[in-house]
Design a protein around this ligand. Structure first.
Ligand SMILES: [Zn+2]
Length: 274
């Protein structure tokens, strides 16, 4: 598998709460949920959590090639929770959390796992297969009316966003709500999982929501056009164009969004022949 990727924080000089990494046959994208200004019961921050989860998951993927992706994710969540149980209350509803996308080539297949609202796109020649768990957005759209009424970038918007985040915590990892990686390993069973023959896939893209907004918020292009852009110009160009759109709408007047810019990551994978 050939993988190229690009990742960048929402603004230059601030920590990136996205994580991307690859082994010779697997790639992962993790998007941490920001905890700034919100009670979390944890002395660590989102970049710490995504780094720990990412490196632990990568280790399990590398050393246990035949195991189910849900099993490996569950074990990684359990290991990370144990690593800070002595200093932190990992049962707190605000404990650090993250979305997860995994793509792995195993034998003749590509196995995938998508937990929460990061996106996996598989280019199978005709209409791409787009996999994203939208339960987060289904909950969010009922709760963010107040935030949506305020200009992005203002103090009032930031305060409304903090209230929104606290409300969202009540629906996190509970039936009828949405599911993210945090401290409970059983959430791995809630992920969307599947497997396709590697020979049927020309390319695959893994995107955090800061990058998928190019398509699903800004509607700058559809997925086939975006796959063509990635094939021609690579992940960095997709991030550059996303940032240009955001810069042209600094107050979120044309496209309402929780943040003017978000941490953005794209991993683009090709050459699945063995
Ligand atoms: Zn902690």
């Amino acid at each position: 598998m050939r993988v190229t990727f690009a990742t960048e924080p929402a603004q230059p000089g601030v920590p990136n709460e996205d994580f991307v990494a690859a082994t010779e046959d697997a790639v992962i994208v993790i998007d941490g949920v920001g905890t700034t200004g919100i009670e979390s019961g944890c002395i660590h921050d989102a970049p710490w959590y995504v780094g720990q989860l990412g490196r632990t998951l990568l280790n399990h993927l590398s050393t246990r090639p035949g195991h189910g992706l849900d099993v490996l994710l569950a074990d990684a969540i359990r290991d990370v929770a144990a690593s800070h149980a002595d200093t932190c209350d990992t049962t707190h509803p605000g404990t650090p959390s993250a979305t997860v996308v995994i793509l792995r080539q195993h034998l003749e297949n590509l196995d995938y796992l998508v937990l929460a609202d990061s996106t996996l796109v598989l280019d199978q020649g005709d209409e791409p297969l787009v996999i994203c768990d939208n339960r987060h957005d289904d909950v969010a759209q009922h709760l963010w009316a107040e935030m949506a009424s305020l200009p992005v970038g203002t103090t009032e918007h930031a305060q409304a966003r903090a209230r929104f985040m606290v409300q969202m915590q009540k629906h996190r990892n509970s039936p009828g709500g949405f599911w993210v990686a945090a401290a409970d390993p059983t959430v791995a069973k809630e992920a969307i999982r599947g497997s396709v023959p590697a020979s049927t896939v020309k390319a695959a893209a893994l995107l955090s929501d800061g990058a998928s907004r190019f398509v699903d918020v800004f509607e700058e292009a559809n997925w086939p056009q975006t796959l063509a852009l990635l094939a021609a110009d690579g992940p960095s160009e997709l991030l550059r164009q996303t940032r240009a759109i955001e810069a042209a709408d600094p107050h979120g007047e044309r496209w309402h969004r929780g943040k003017v810019s978000d941490d953005a990551t794209v991993a683009y994978c090709t050459d699945f022949t063995r």
